[in-house]
Design a protein around this ligand. Structure first.
Ligand SMILES: *Cc1c(COP(=O)(O)O)cnc(C)c1O
Length: 392
């Protein structure tokens, strides 16, 4: 099928709820994408952070092939080894909690929000989330997403949500009361433009929750599984959440989401309280196990730190050269380039020269290469960005 023919199929049969680029992607390998017109694209924003260890990592592909030959899905009426093994691996790499599996980030957020209600006093029903956050598109997740543009057309939303400016301790203390069941934030806001939580802010959330019997939820859907150079974003801080969400990179390209909760909290999710038909299926869990193994075997946490620093140095050099770059911020390979003007044309121009990056909140370029990116690939990306900036 030609590119045009595929686009026509979409025009006729696929709901047009995404603004798509006129490219048909046929293949992905590591840091590269290939389209139907034989173009190679250097992918520095792979799958919106889903393909965090690169496209079609051989270990993940092999694990999927092997599992597909044995068992794809078994409902949660039964036990199956991959789900248990994955939960153990995640628990050992985080705060020793227990896991519940689902299929996406928004579902993980829903599970976290429901569990927070179950394990707090009955009169607690409110949630506090931060402006600029992104938690997904299902009804409670989009309500938690404190950005008016995502709420338009959907009012009234789920009741009980209060919004506070991110990193503003005073507003948090003012808004918090006895009826709050949970405070949920991202350790680093991703879609919101790579906004990093201050240590004081996360400590204050911990303190308020501890003092009042509320639950601290960290949404690690984008920061988790090594993106920041540690397994989870919270590990850069001196706090642990009560519940944490995961998805995106977890499945290495296969749909999977999860929450992890401290043991005493996890116990409240008793039979009948929550469920997911596909959740924890053997295929997605086997893929996720392979992702965690690959991250370790290939030293990707270390690489994310090293390459993150390298990329930030290179981007800072561009900032010194082009006033359109205000500054560069980020941790590990979660990098935002703050521009002084809208960045969509820069992103489009980069794509025509074979580089895929992303622009969020109008003026922030997200530079989030796979965790096994090489210095040479970063050099190439910077070279293209340099060329584009010189023309913009
Ligand atoms: C992407 C994202 C979500 C939503 O995940 P989906 O899989 O699209 O539902 C939730 N939280 C954060 C922090 C995200 O980046």
């Amino acid at each position: 099928m030609t590119t045009q023919e595929t686009i026509e199929l979409f025009d006729k049969y696929v709901i047009a709820n995404y603004g798509r680029l006129p490219r048909v992607i046929t293949k992905g390998r590591g840091s590269y994408l290939y389209d139907a017109d034989d173009n190679e694209i250097l992918d520095m924003f792979p799958g919106w952070a889903v393909s965090g260890i690169g496209h079609c990592h051989p270990k993940v592909v092999e694990a999927i092939r092997a599992q597909a030959g044995e068992l794809l899905h078994i409902d949660n009426t039964f036990y199956a080894e991959p789900q248990g093994k994955l939960a153990k691996m995640l628990s050992e790499r985080a705060f020793g909690g227990k896991c519940f599996f689902c299929n996406s980030g928004a579902e993980a957020v829903e599970a976290a929000l429901k569990l927070a209600r179950l394990c707090t006093a009955e009169d607690k029903y409110k949630y506090i989330t931060a402006e600029g956050s992104f938690h997904g598109r299902t009804f409670a997740a989009v309500t938690a997403t404190a950005q008016p543009k995502y709420h338009e057309g959907f009012l009234p939303l789920v009741p009980g949500f209060k919004y506070v400016p991110f990193n503003d301790i005073e507003s948090l203390e003012k808004t918090f009361d006895d009826e709050v069941a949970a405070i949920m934030v991202e350790p680093i806001q991703g879609e919101g433009g790579i906004n990093i939580a201050t240590p004081e802010y996360l400590s204050k959330i911990r303190e308020l929750c501890d003092a009042n019997g509320a639950i601290m939820i960290l949404d690690e859907v984008q920061t988790g599984i090594g993106r920041t150079g540690k397994w989870f974003g919270y590990q850069h801080y001196d706090v642990e959440p009560d519940i944490m969400t995961m998805a995106k990179t977890l499945g290495g390209g296969v749909a999977i989401g999860a929450i992890m909760a401290k043991d005493e909290i996890a116990q409240k999710l008793a039979p009948g309280k929550h469920a997911s038909t596909f959740g924890g299926n053997s295929l997605s869990c086997s893929a996720a196990i392979a992702v965690l193994e690959a991250v370790e075997e290939d030293n990707m946490l270390e690489n994310a730190n090293k390459m993150g620093q390298y990329a930030r140095e290179k981007l800072n050099a561009l900032a010194a050269k082009y006033p359109v770059i205000d500054h560069v911020r980020g941790i590990g390979l979660m990098i935002g380039v703050q521009l002084t003007k809208p960045g969509s044309k820069i992103v489009d121009d980069c794509l025509s020269k074979g580089l895929r990056i992303n622009c969020t909140h109008d003026t922030v370029i997200r530079f989030m290469p796979p965790m096994n990116v090489t210095a040479g690939q970063i050099d190439k990306a910077i070279e293209i960005l340099d060329e584009v900036l010189s023309e913009n």
